[in-house]
Design a protein around this ligand. Structure first.
Ligand code: GLU
Length: 506
């Protein structure tokens, strides 16, 4: 029988969730939605030394902001819980012991100092120390210490770890949904620790046990986990869980905007773009990181951008809602090769979403900014302004900055623009225009356009000769939408006041 698709996002709370992590969550989410399956959130917090306070909350909040609803897991619950590995701690030991019993794992009593000394000794000879079939016979472990001695060591609470007994020189041909066959030779792999002396499982053991117990059908994760694949597959075999072993898919790396290598959090601060979904302050260092949310990105735009980092729909379409993505997303269209991150493209996506937003929604956001600035406004006007101006911006904050002039008369005039457009003959011309403006009662676009154009034609003036200084006078700079729109929105009284002020100060 086909099993119900169950996938998990399994972050370790070691810091803020990088955008690569969000992409992993997104691909898992889309995969679950596409196949009508479950999307789980499991927190892998077995490494207490790397635990960062607030990281788990950050992960949960980020998924929420992105609209990636978790079906089961931390914060939601479900029948396979608990979903935080630290709360499952007690369970893992029996699985480690099961492997010791079946001969797939062993106790190792080597101290950290002893192993360090060996590492150094090898380095001295230009070699690398690996705990594996070649070296394990010389080390302090249950594979060759007499059983009675092992008993004694255990009885006297000598610290130990449990290691996986990696087979010697086995060629492993494994399947990855994205990469196809991947080959490994087990001799290059070490006897990984499964269970630590602090009574905690390592990532490898907890991850496999939990994926099994939580009935995970597909493991979709970053490429950095590909080297762990042979160990994981061997663990499934050792446990006798091969029948229900999940299928694996390792997602391509996200590359720096320029140059080689994987996108790092440092690139963001260096090049001025966020690599985190939301702002994050490292509790240990106090270091602050930008977030897409606070930088003014719409979550839909952020998600849309991430979806195309390594996946393509097979067509030229670039704008997708989360629902559309869920319908289209399959792993067949995920690439093997790294996906280059492009911060300008991220802005482009935001622009597209901004333009597509209903004016009323933008007006709410602009209204909030106006209120925060203690500026009075008329809601229908704000909507109209958003409609007029949104085409030119990537962010609501930019739109806001550029439309503030509707609500506050300019207190200064852009130097370059006034130099360029406010010439010797301009004051007289503007005085005349002011009279025309005073004579008009109907400030609708159609009417002011007609009257002012007629006057310009009659005087045989160039349109720009009038409109450019007019613009500087009303707006304070040579920017903004059509002047007839502008004066319709600010109205007669304000138009005349601004003209008078400009004539007095320019
Ligand atoms: N805890 C691992 C991480 O932080 C999970 C890797 C996996 O999905 O197997 O990415």
């Amino acid at each position: 029988m086909e099993r119900k698709v169950r996938v998990r996002f399994a972050p370790s709370p070691t810091g803020a969730l990088h955008l690569g992590g969000v992409r992993t969550a997104l691909f898992n989410y889309l995969f679950a939605r596409h196949y009508g399956g479950d999307f789980l959130l499991r927190i892998e917090d077995t490494d207490q030394t790397r635990y960062v306070a607030g990281a788990e909350e950050y992960i949960i909040e980020s998924l929420k902001w992105c609209g990636l609803t978790v079906d089961e897991g931390v914060g939601v619950g479900g029948e396979y819980g608990p979903y935080r590995q630290s709360e499952r701690k007690e369970m893992y030991k029996q699985y480690a012991l099961q492997l010791v019993e079946s001969g797939n794992a062993y106790y190792s009593f080597d101290t950290a100092e002893e192993l360090d000394a060996l590492r150094k000794e090898c380095e001295g000879k230009g070699e690398t120390f690996i705990y594996n079939a070649k070296s394990r016979g010389r080390l302090k472990n249950s594979l060759h210490i007499p059983a009675s001695e092992v008993e004694q060591l255990l009885a006297s609470n000598t610290p130990y770890v449990i290691r996986f007994k990696m087979p010697e020189n086995e060629n492993l041909i494994l399947q990855d949904i994205i990469r196809g066959e991947v080959h490994f030779n087990s001799s290059l792999l070490d006897d990984k620790v499964l269970y630590k002396s602090d009574g905690m499982p390592t990532y490898h053991l907890a991850n496999i046990v939990d994926d099994h117990l939580m009935k995970i059908t597909h493991v979709i994760r970053g490429e950095e986990w590909l080297p762990s694949l042979p160990l994981h597959v061997l663990l499934y075999k050792a446990f006798g869980w091969e029948d229900t072993m999940p299928e694996f898919a390792h997602l391509p790396l996200i590359l720096k905007p320029v140059g080689n290598g994987k996108l790092s959090k440092r690139d963001g601060n260096k090049m001025g773009f966020p690599v985190f979904p939301m702002e994050f302050t490292d509790p240990a260092t106090g270091e602050k990181w930008h977030g897409y949310k606070e930088d003014g990105y719409f979550p839909e735009a952020f998600i849309n951008m991430l979806a195309l980092l390594g996946w393509n729909p097979g067509t030229d379409q670039e704008i997708f809602t989360l629902d559309e993505l869920s319908k289209l997303f399959t792993l067949e269209h995920v690439n093997k090769s790294g996906a280059r991150f492009n911060p300008d493209k991220a802005k482009w996506f935001n622009h597209k979403y901004l333009v597509a937003k209903p004016d009323s929604e933008l007006a709410t956001q602009v209204g909030e900014l106006l209120t925060a600035d203690h500026l009075a406004f008329d809601r229908p006007k704000v909507e109209r302004i958003c409609g007029l101006m949104k085409e030119r911006y990537n962010f609501v904050s930019e739109l806001y900055e550029d439309c503030r002039f509707f609500f506050v008369a300019p207190t200064e005039f852009n130097e370059k623009d006034s130099k360029k457009y406010w010439k010797e003959e301009t004051p007289a011309l503007m005085q005349e225009l002011l009279e025309v403006l005073k004579s008009i009662d109907d400030y609708s676009f159609a009417n002011t356009e007609q009257v002012i154009s007629a006057w310009i034609n009659e005087k045989q003036l160039g349109f720009g000769k009038v409109m450019n200084p007019f613009r500087v006078a009303i707006i304070g700079a040579a920017k903004g939408p059509h002047m007839f729109d502008v004066i319709e929105i600010i109205g007669k009284e304000e138009t005349i006041q601004r003209m008078e002020k400009a004539l007095a100060s320019l």
